[in-house]
Each structure stands twice: as structure tokens, then as C-alpha cells.
Write a new protein. Structure first.
Length: 207
């Protein structure tokens, strides 16, 4: 990792903005544990929502069933996924945001995007593929190219894949809660996943 990127990562690891000086709502209700994996050499960046409780405890991204499915979608194992020289992981929120009244995860804290994301991606110009998992990541990376629903956005992947640098592939969240969505949208596994796996294989071998 370059000195500049390492210094930026150290700043992020020490960040306590959501707890000590929140700008969008109340303070984070627990000790922050920012989780992200920047890289000066990786050509692939996985951009999801925010850590869940397991990742909050482990400090390692996607150490949960969603991570297992995501790696299956990408066609790689843990050895490649957790090699920071090959794959960067930059969620929209770096800390577990807490639970809502129904026990689900709250949205990513907006402070992360406002404070860190532009600086991080400016420091990683070598990226060639953004894997945008879920609406929050798609909003940041795709902007006006998003469609009204996640399904429409993911189904319209052809329109953004070759239109941006780095390329972008929008995905639904790999949570098992989305099993019904996957059954209802077989085109995702038939059309998009082969492209994702092909791009990942190409870029991993290129790095």
C-alpha cells in the first residue's frame, strides 16, 4: 500500500465522527470499529452497504453467510477475496450502524460517504471494476444511471458496464433473504454472473 493510502486508512481506522460529532442523526450507540480494505494495486473493488454484527466483531469484511454467497457469485475463494493486493472492499458505511426497532440493520451512516469516499477512490485510480452491492453503493457509484428499483438497476447493468471507468456491475445484496428475488429473476444468474466471474478472473490474473 502506498504511504498516502496507508495514512488515509489509518485516519479511517481512528475515525470516531459518528460517535463524537454526528452530522446525520444521533450518535453511534457503540464503539466504532471502521472496516474497509483499501488497496493501491487491486483492480477490483467490492462496495457494499455496511458491516453487520459479525463483521463488527471480527473486523474483517463479509465474514458471514452473505460473504460466502458473494464469493460464489464472483467465482473466487477466501484466498483471493481477502488478498488486499487483488480485491479492495470499501462499504458505504465503515461501522456497524446498529439495529432498527424491528431488529434489522440500520442504513449506513452518511458521515462515511461525506467524509471519506471521494478521498479514498481518488487515491485508488488503478481500479477497473466496481462491484456495487445494493442501493446505497449503487447511488454513490452510479448516480443518475440508477433506475427506480434495485431490480431495474441490476437488470440494466449492460448500460453502465461499458459506459464508465472503472466499469460497474450492480448486484443485489447476497443475503439469503434475497432467495425469493433470485428465483424470480433467473436472468441474474444466467446473464450477469458469468460476466462478473469473467471480469474477476481476468482482473485477478492481470494484477
Amino acid at each position: 500500500m502506498s504511504e498516502k493510502l496507508a495514512a488515509l486508512h489509518a485516519e479511517i481506522r481512528a475515525c470516531r465522527v459518528c460517535r463524537d460529532a454526528p452530522r446525520f442523526g444521533g450518535p453511534l450507540p457503540h464503539e466504532p470499529n471502521p472496516v474497509c480494505v483499501p488497496s493501491a494495486t487491486a483492480r477490483i473493488c467490492v462496495c457494499g452497504q455496511a458491516p453487520g454484527t459479525r463483521v463488527h466483531k471480527s473486523g474483517r469484511p463479509f465474514t458471514d453467510p452473505s460473504g460466502v454467497r458473494l464469493r460464489e457469485w464472483m467465482g473466487i475463494g477466501e484466498d483471493v477475496f481477502y488478498d488486499a493486493g487483488l480485491v479492495s472492499v470499501i462499504p458505504m458505511g465503515f461501522c456497524f450502524p446498529g439495529h432498527d426497532k424491528n431488529g434489522g440493520d440500520l442504513p449506513p451512516r452518511r458521515e462515511c460517504r461525506a467524509t471519506w469516499h471521494d478521498r479514498l477512490f481518488a487515491a485508488m485510480p488503478q481500479l477497473e471494476l466496481i462491484v456495487a452491492v445494493g442501493r446505497y453503493a449503487q447511488d454513490y457509484h452510479m448516480g443518475a444511471d440508477m433506475r427506480p428499483t434495485l431490480t431495474e438497476t441490476v437488470r440494466n447493468w449492460h448500460a453502465v458496464f461499458d459506459a464508465r471507468t472503472p466499469r460497474i456491475l450492480p448486484l443485489p445484496h447476497p443475503s439469503w433473504r434475497n432467495n425469493a428475488w433470485l428465483k424470480k429473476n433467473p436472468w441474474f444468474e444466467a446473464e450477469l454472473l458469468p460476466v462478473l466471474r469473467g471480469e474477476v478472473a481476468r482482473l485477478v490474473s492481470k494484477t
